[in-house]
Design a protein around this ligand. Structure first.
Ligand SMILES: [Zn+2]
Length: 316
């Protein structure tokens, strides 16, 4: 862990935090308006208002960052964890959006794997915010990328005086007020393909769970099943932008999601999401949300159910 820090947070109950939350919400609302992210007349309770931080809820945003991934978890006590940061082409927009949501500190940043559509905007994000820690997969020497994007990320981490913590399956990365984020993958050490190194995370809060899969493909899904992890989740972010190489039937059967989120770009060159994936999800009765069609997707959990809202293509 960076600087010997642990990412556990003590419970925060009322007191000055309640006031801070109100002030942060007001500031974020104001910021959102100045950035043109919110209509002038919008009430704070509207789905497009930022943030709806009813204290005690867990919020997850799956940002519309084109053919890429970026997700923000806002914990019940106000802590923020960012999973991936999209490409460099949306980094300024992502930073502005995070600020408009009242984010000043990213308690933890997770780089699922070192591909540009996941880490391209991360160096800029790390430079722009106070960062508590960075988690990355341990990648074999032969698979370690030599790209400038990856080197820029390592440099930004070093410049902040941080060091990347390797993701260990079974490890709890962060917890606050009953919500906890646990590593499920990677379970292997040498894949020959960066996608399968993806850090897969399960977020739990009361009866609700979320699965963040990066670009993990069938091989990693099989390893998670073999490891015996509880994979069940109300919300599954489909692996690899809805590609047919992920969301295998046994994995889908184990996750049993009610909702799936697919993060991909409109009219992308890869044909994501794949029709096979969409058919599988449909056959399983899963309601699908897509960033390419619906913009940023917001999921709010009170620990006893998840509410999904598509914020629209202008919201992020
Ligand atoms: Zn990707």
């Amino acid at each position: 862990m960076a600087k010997g820090k642990r990412y556990q947070k003590r419970a925060r109950k009322g007191g000055p935090w309640a006031l801070l939350a109100v002030l942060a919400a007001a500031a974020a609302l104001w910021a959102g308006r100045t950035l043109g992210l919110l209509p002038e007349q919008e009430e704070p309770s509207s789905p497009t208002a930022a943030p709806q931080t009813a204290e005690g809820t867990l919020q997850v945003r799956y940002f519309d960052v084109g053919q890429a991934d970026a997700e923000l978890i806002q914990f019940p006590g106000g802590s923020n964890v960012l999973i991936d940061a999209g490409t460099s082409s949306t980094e300024d927009e992502l930073i502005e959006t995070l600020r408009s949501l009242g984010v000043e500190t990213l308690d933890l940043v997770v780089a699922t794997h070192p591909h540009a559509d996941h880490i391209g905007g991360m160096a800029a994000v790390i430079e722009a915010f106070d960062v508590g820690g960075v988690v990355m997969p341990r990648v074999s020497d032969s698979d370690t990328p030599t790209t400038k994007t990856y080197e820029d990320l390592l440099e930004s981490i070093a410049e902040k005086g941080l060091s990347a913590t390797p993701a260990e399956p079974g490890a709890e990365l962060f917890s606050e007020d009953g919500a906890a984020l646990t590593v499920l993958a990677p379970n292997g050490e040498d894949y020959g393909d960066l996608n399968n190194y993806s850090v897969v995370l399960r977020l739990t809060f009361g009866e609700d769970a979320f699965l963040f899969t990066g670009d993990a493909e069938e091989e990693s899904e099989e390893e998670m099943l073999n490891a015996g992890f509880d994979l069940s989740a109300a919300v599954l972010k489909c692996g690899h932008h809805g590609s047919e190489t992920s969301t295998s039937q046994p994995f889908l059967d184990a996750v049993k999601p009610r909702y799936a989120v697919i993060s991909c770009g409109a009219d992308n060159d890869y044909g994501h999401p794949d029709a096979v994936t969409l058919e599988k999800l449909s056959a399983a009765g899963v309601e699908v949300f897509r960033t390419d069609l619906q913009g940023t997707i917001l999921a709010v959990s009170d620990g006893a159910g998840v509410t999904m809202t598509a914020l629209g293509r202008d919201a992020a």
